[in-house]
Each structure stands twice: as C-alpha cells, then as structure tokens.
Design a protein around this ligand. Structure first.
Ligand SMILES: Cc1cc2nc3c(=O)[nH]c(=O)nc-3n(C[C@H](O)[C@H](O)[C@H](O)COP(=O)(O)O)c2cc1C
Length: 192
C-alpha cells in the first residue's frame, strides 16, 4: 500500500497552497492511498551550509543541521512513496522555507545513493497573478535530479489565487490537481 506526503511551503496556515495539497491528498485517499500534510509554517529548517557532513557520514542524516526540524521531516519523506510539494509564488520563486528543505533533502538523498529514486510525486504552484512557470520549473528540477517519477495532468499544476480560499474559485486548477492525483494513484497501482 502506497503512502503520500504533501509538503506545504507556505508560511500562511490554511492558505491556498495548503488547500490544494489537502485536495490532492483527499483525492488519493479516495483511491486507497493514505497521506499526511506537513506545513513548513512555524518550522525551523534552515538552508544547506555545504558542510558536506552528509557526504562524510553517509547515514542519511544532515549533521550540519542538528537541532532544527529537518531530520524528522526528511525521515517522513524517506518513508513516503509519493512526495507532493506545494509553494506559493514569492517574487517568481518557490518560498525559501520549501527550498531550504529541498536543498538539504536532495543533498542528503544523493549522498546516500539516491534515497528518493523512483518515488512518485510532483509540484504545485499558486500565485496571485504571475510566476507560476518559474516556480513549477524550479520544483520540477528537484524531482528530476532526484531520479523521481512525475505524472502529468490536463494542465500544469498551477493555480491563481490571492486571499486564502480563493483557490476554490479556480475550477481549472482544481480539475488539474484532481487529475494529477488520479494519475499518481494510477501509476502507484501499476507499479504495485
Ligand atoms: C512575499 C510575497 C511575494 C509574492 N510574490 C508573488 C509573485 O511573484 N507573483 C504572484 O502572482 N503572486 C505573488 N504573491 C502572492 C501569493 O503567491 C498568493 O497570495 C498565494 O495565493 C499565496 O499562497 P498561500 O495562500 O498558500 O500562502 C506574493 C506574496 C507574498 C507574501
């Protein structure tokens, strides 16, 4: 049985990114795939310091970040079969909260032989008006270099919204995320 982890990079609790990620998890749940959402809001995960401690220790840890919230989140990522990441667009980019986690997670995973290899997943980006493509591509780079498998949908996983909850008015985004979740479940089923 596959399990999913949705990681929300918005500092705003119950915002649009979280709403879309929850929808994705609910859709997966309806197809027998349980999941959990982690918000990075209020968490302390600082960026990679390039200490290379993970390359030396090779024990799936980030020794350089001892004491912050990275390791328990990383361990949940390792346990999940499906990792979905969501970010609001901040000045055309994913949030620093999410990138701090992904930089470190990717480095530790690669230092230990590719711990995310062939996991499924994909990104979701939410903006008031513009910058989705950059953010979506930025996150896709992370999936691709980590040897992961990302299914498509009927559009890219992007949504237009500003105030919390406004994403529910973007019906095309909702349909896109639904299909993305369906494709994740389909793929997980095919892979057994
Ligand atoms: C610091 C900051 C930068 C932002 N930059 C952009 C941007 O580049 N393009 C855009 O369309 N919206 C931008 N926004 C708006 C958010 O992307 C939008 O409100 C989004 O719905 C927030 O997602 P959330 O509800 O999950 O926090 C920005 C908001 C903040 C606070």
């Amino acid at each position: 049985m596959s399990t999913a982890l949705a990681i929300c990079g918005s500092p705003r609790r119950n915002g649009n990114t979280e709403t879309l990620l929850r929808r994705c998890l609910d859709r997966l749940e309806g197809q027998g795939i349980g999941g959990e959402l982690i918000t990075l809001s209020g968490k302390n995960v600082r960026g990679c310091t390039a200490c290379a401690g993970c390359v030396e220790s090779k024990d799936s840890s980030c020794p350089g970040g001892a004491g912050d919230d990275f390791q328990p989140i990383f361990e949940k990522m390792l346990r999940a079969d499906i990792i979905i990441t969501g970010s609001p667009v901040y000045f055309g980019s994913a949030t620093p909260e999410l990138m701090a986690l992904l930089d470190r997670a990717g480095y530790v995973a690669r230092a230990n032989g590719g711990l995310f290899s062939r996991k499924l997943g994909g990104p979701i980006a939410v903006a008031r008006r513009a910058g989705h493509n950059f953010t979506y591509a930025q996150l896709m780079f992370w999936y691709m270099i980590n040897d992961m498998v990302v299914p498509g949908s009927t559009y890219w996983n992007v949504a237009l919204a500003r105030e919390p909850g406004a994403v529910n008015d973007d019906t095309e985004a909702l349909a896109t995320v639904d299909r993305f979740a369906d494709n994740l479940a389909w793929l997980a089923g095919k892979l057994g």
